[in-house]
Design a binder for this molecule. Sequence first.
Ligand SMILES: *Cc1c(COP(=O)(O)O)cnc(C)c1O
Length: 427
Amino acid sequence: MADKNLGTKCVQAGYTPGNGEPRQIPIIQSTTFKYDSSAEMGKLFDLEASGYFYSRLQNPTNDYVAAKIASLEGGSAAMLTSSGQAANFYAVFNIASCGDHVVSSASIYGGTYNLFAVTMKRMGIEFTFVSPDCSEEELEKAFRPNTKAVFGETIANPALTVLDIEKFAKAAHAHGVPLIVDNTFATPINCRPFEWGADIVTHSTTKYMDGHGGALGGCIVDSGKFDWTAHAEKFPGLCTPDDSYHGVTYTQRFGLEGAFITKCTAQLMRDFGSIQAPQNAYYLNLGLESLHLRVKRHCENAQAIAEYLQQHEKISWVKYCGLPGDEYYELGQKYLPNGSCGVVSFGVKGGRAAAEEFMGNLRIAAIETHVADARTCCLHPASATHRQMNDAELAAAGVTPDLVRLSVGIEDAADLIADLEQALAKI
Ligand SMILES: *Cc1c(COP(=O)(O)O)cnc(C)c1O
């Protein structure tokens, strides 16, 4: 499958049934797995043999789907998690522990920001947040001797900034640490961060990958290219023996291709258990089968809507990197030449009251806190996710009172535009 194109991988990668086996990925709805002898089971517990024994750590349904995502991203190994939050937590915590430090783009999903700045800080891991648009010199200054990773989002939710992946990868590698990129909004259809130097990719599969607002989930993919052993002193967890598995050293036993995901499964899944339900993995796979078609349509619709809004007299500004003149147009052309995502943000003239009135008038676009599924939805952050802030605080967070975030679905663009038209006409 490695030599195939993305559409073929969306439909076929990850699972190949044998003679007489189910054509669709089977849902292995079993917590546990049976073995003929204790000796065989013992080998699994020492990581000497590979196999399933308990679905808190691994399940075959999940692994078929993870293999598909690894193939789409061009990675060496992947694992599914119960949510995007769990994926980002595991990806960072697998290499950073108490006393360590991480450099992160400041333009990231609010939930991830809170995970890093509040919850992981309580675990003794410090984060330095930098602007995604910082100069190389500013980025350089953020590093410390105990820095273990760099983190960013390909297209940030909700700010819609585009990450200069090469700039962040170069800085990370100069300091002997990997770049972790959350590729949720772009999906591998529009950007494969490994091709630009990223080392680990994460996803909230809850968004475009599932694509139907049906199942929470996350995924971590390893490029298999980062050489942990070249900086062994920074990554003792990967390069020195793990006493909880009879002294296995992950890089030695599983190579660069397998060390990161094996350690993450064997230690973090074992201890935290944030695994995706096999049933959800099955739904996720149904979504993946049409990802290439849906993402294309999301982008076409969003582009048409961004262009429509841009020329509308009641709209004060539009943010979408597919628009020439957008702050991120050039980076978008470089990293996302086939389209970015379906999310567009814009300002309604008349501020907060006008934005609320406009949204109340919409008939097709529903008001939701969700983004990135087949149905168009919208959110007024100033009265929802950022409700506790006053206008000055909103401005500092880059969320103006007039901002409407529209997640454009895969309906017909003409109907969506007509809906916007009638909603704008009434204000
Ligand atoms: C939604 C989202 C997350 C969190 O994912 P959940 O599946 O909701 O836990 C992480 N990163 C990005 C970019 C997101 O949009």
